[in-house]
Design a protein. Structure first.
Lengths: 196, 424
């Protein structure tokens, strides 16, 4: 019996595990390590932008100017304990802002540089009736900035991860903060003490 | 013991010996040649090695440190991040690896890094991100190293507590304007160095003086002026600041100590192999910088030779216990095989002798010491550097711009000098 077990163990040790791939829906929540993931990014962005566009600053601005506000997303700083891809979070927010239909949205400074280069190129190479003029850009009325912070409490193989995302909408005219949004996520992560 | 003895059969042992790769031996050999060959040649040779899965962490750590030395920061980050993730997963005890270590040898455990190596990984990642100009990402690594050091902290022990990681965290916080956190980090760095009975380098003294004065911690500042015999240097408007991180040498390799004896009474070849470090004869060599008529020399912040030996010393009781149990199990199994069949007994004895190998894996392409310097330079001045190697780095340096902080990263293994400029 013992010999059979040891022989089986030998065979098992010599056998290799293959890679398996399964396609899943991009909206499906899969938590592997407990770290910030695509679901956190998407849900936080959607909830916070929903809150931002449902507040009174939009109505106030419309009342004063007769136009819907034009928004630009500025710096979102990652001050957390994790390497969070802020670009995907910004993209999620931009999508939620544009899809809300309650604000106009302008390109970021990096994107503007690219568009301006193209405009200069059009000046030289495009036909007159399709050429776009310089100096016609829409200026933003508000800038959205923010930061992602975390507090980690760890003991042995257990960890509580607390994420706090703070966003602020600031008026470009007078630096007034017209909206402050906050979203918190708390996760309890327990790692196994044993593995195969 | 009975279970161990029963599990130790020639078929199992030979199967495991087939699994015994030689990648760790090849990596160790390259680490020994690193001072002579240099990081570029060693990196090429290392990339030709295909490591066994259980040696992957050592391989990635060495790969990451070599890429850092050659200036491939993105590549270094990729390897070190991967090593970090694997090391985290390997913190759980493996049932199969523990069994294999008890039956064959310790190299059947996946290498998961020592406490110091895990913290040093964050440090090297932090320096990589700084060299790339990504301050926020460097801050993430420093936060992670803080959490790890808290997890590793034990009463009356500095195991896994690194002054270098605390110091770099202080610098990163300072660059981000987080002065309170910087002060806490510098204090902790000083506490660790005192616990290790190391002299506090000028760079850390300067940081403690500067930050305590800026934060208005008058009593603490006064204590530091007494301790270091000087006051914080008053910077002139527009002066720049240079902070140097210098890696000197290559840390020692772990060696195998094998005792083999033939017991005539028992009729068996008995072998015991344990890891050990050779005597530490490392003497730090410093980097000297000449700026605007003044000379500045780097001082040791972390003696990695000492750290590596302390980590192995901490592991030794466990290694000795497993080795003893394994030796007894092998002896009993060989005796049992011999009782049944003389040839099987001989085969088992040969297998038990061959399989007795010490685990000599470590992050062996780290420097022997990490040194630092910190000083103020007049605006626009260009530091000239003399160190190891003696070639001047001057042509690669940009002048310190008005009020800027420049972080220089240098190594005794290479002429490459990397810098991070933080504008005022």
């Amino acid at each position: 019996m013992i010999r059979w077990i040891s022989f089986s163990l030998s065979v098992l040790l010599l056998s290799a595990c293959g890679t398996s791939v399964k396609r899943v829906d991009s909206d499906e929540t899969i938590d592997l390590s407990g770290a910030w993931n695509d679901t956190d990014s998407r849900l936080v962005a959607e909830e916070m932008i929903d809150d931002a566009v449902s507040q009174s600053w939009i109505i106030d601005y419309f009342g004063k100017s007769g136009n819907i506000p034009t928004v630009i997303v500025g710096d979102i700083r990652n001050l957390s304990h994790e390497h969070i891809n802020v670009k995907t979070f910004i993209a999620d927010m931009e999508r939620s802002l544009v899809n809300s239909g309650k604000v106009d949205f302008v390109a970021s400074s990096d994107e503007r540089g690219q568009i301006r280069e193209e405009r200069v190129d059009q000046d030289i190479n495009a036909s007159e009736d399709t050429r776009k003029k310089a100096g016609q850009e829409a200026g933003a009325d508000f800038m959205l900035i923010g930061q992602i912070n975390t507090i980690i409490d760890a003991d042995d193989n257990e960890q509580v991860r607390y994420y706090q995302v703070d966003l602020t909408m600031i008026s470009m005219t007078d630096n007034r903060k017209v909206w402050l949004g906050q979203k918190k996520i708390k996760k309890f992560v327990k790692n196994s003490k044993l593995r195969y | 013991m009975r279970l161990l003895t029963s599990a130790f059969t020639p078929s199992l042992l030979w199967a495991m010996l087939l699994l015994q790769g030689c990648s760790a031996w090849e990596v160790n050999s390259l680490a020994e040649q690193l001072p002579a060959q240099g990081p570029e040649t060693t990196l090429q040779a290392l990339q030709d090695i295909s490591p066994a899965e259980r040696d992957r962490v050592q391989y990635l750590l060495d790969l990451g440190s070599l890429k850092f030395s050659t200036g491939d920061f993105s590549g270094s980050i990729q390897d070190l991040q991967q090593a970090k993730q694997i090391m985290r997963e390997l913190q759980a005890t493996s049932i199969t690896e523990t069994a294999a270590a008890a039956i064959v040898n310790e190299t059947f455990r996946a290498y998961s890094g020592t406490p110091s190596e895990r913290v040093l990984n964050h440090l090297l990642l932090g320096l990589n991100y700084l060299a790339k100009g990504e301050l926020d990402a460097a801050r993430v690594e420093m936060l992670q190293s803080n959490i790890l050091m808290e997890e590793l902290a034990e009463a009356d022990s500095v195991s896994g507590q690194l002054a270098s990681a605390r110091f770099l965290a202080g610098i990163v916080y300072e660059l981000g304007g987080e002065w309170d956190d910087a002060m806490i980090s510098y204090r902790r760095a000083a506490n660790i160095m005192q616990a290790r009975q190391m002299a506090i380098p000028d760079a850390l003294a300067t940081s403690l003086l500067k930050t305590s004065l800026r934060q208005g911690f008058d009593e603490e500042y006064l204590n530091y002026t007494r301790q270091f015999g000087r006051e914080a240097q008053a910077a002139q408007a527009g002066d720049g600041e240079v902070i140097v991180f210098y890696s000197d040498g290559v840390v020692s390799n772990i060696e195998e100590q094998k005792i083999t004896l033939f017991n005539w009474q028992l009729g068996q070849l008995i072998s015991i192999a344990v890891p050990h470090y050779p005597a530490n004869d490392y003497t730090p060599r410093h980097l000297t910088l000449h700026v605007a008529g003044q000379s500045f020399t780097t001082s040791p912040l972390e003696n990695i030779e000492v750290l590596a030996r302390s980590d192995l010393d901490a592991r030794m009781p466990g290694i000795v216990a497993t080795t003893t149990a394994r030796t007894v199990a092998k002896y009993l199994a060989v005796r049992e095989a011999g009782n049944q069949n003389g040839l099987a007994g001989l085969a088992a004895n040969i297998a038990s002798f061959i399989s007795e190998i010490a685990d000599t894996r470590s992050w062996n392409m780290l420097p022997s010491s990490l040194q630092v310097a910190r000083f103020t330079v007049p605006s626009g001045s260009l530091p000239g550097i003399i160190g190891f190697p003696a070639e001047a780095y001057t042509s690669q340096l940009e002048p310190a711009s008005k009020g800027a902080t420049v972080i220089l990263i240098a190594s005794s293994l290479s002429n490459n000098l990397h810098s991070y400029h933080q504008p005022h």
